[in-house]
Write a protein that binds this ligand. Structure first.
Ligand code: HEC
Length: 113
């Protein structure tokens, strides 16, 4: 019985570890994409266009900085990124692939409750 438990934990450990590692990779990839494609408008400081517009809109009720938000949903992020909004051009799947979008969503929703 004990041997069975040892064998079982040997099988489960790498699975759990593999899962955690995959999650880290998605977050790291998401952050890299964010720095590369979003930060020049959504970085820190009101001289950044996106941060400026969002600070002005939310007047302190929500952070202007996307990386400090805790209420962005995957559906909303996808809608904004794939559709042209007032102030922000859409990113086509040739610019940000669906799997890159998934990583970006993992990064931007990492602090959600
Ligand atoms: C050229 C500047 C620019 C770039 C690049 C840009 N954005 Fe934006 N973004 C804006 C502006 C301006 C707004 C406000 C648009 C509006 O009026 O609704 C905005 C709004 C958003 C919103 C909606 C926030 C809210 O509270 O409604 C999300 C989410 C968002 N951007 C995500 C991203 C992501 C993710 C990237 C990178 C892939 C990105 N943006 C790149 C300028 C930019």
């Amino acid at each position: 019985m004990r041997r069975l438990a040892v064998v079982a934990s040997l099988l489960i450990l790498p699975l759990a570890y593999g899962g955690a590692a995959a999650q880290d990779t998605a977050l790291e990839l998401g952050e890299r994409i964010y720095v590369d494609k979003c930060e020049y408008c959504h970085g820190d400081g009101v001289q950044k266009g996106g941060t400026f517009v969002l600070e002005a809109r939310y007047q302190g009720d929500l952070p202007g900085l996307l990386t400090e938000r805790t209420n962005l949903t995957p559906e909303y992020i996808t809608a904004v990124l794939r559709t042209w909004t007032n102030g922000m051009a859409a990113f086509r799947p040739t610019e940000i692939t669906d799997s890159e979008l998934e990583a970006l969503i993992a990064y931007l929703t990492r602090n959600n409750e």
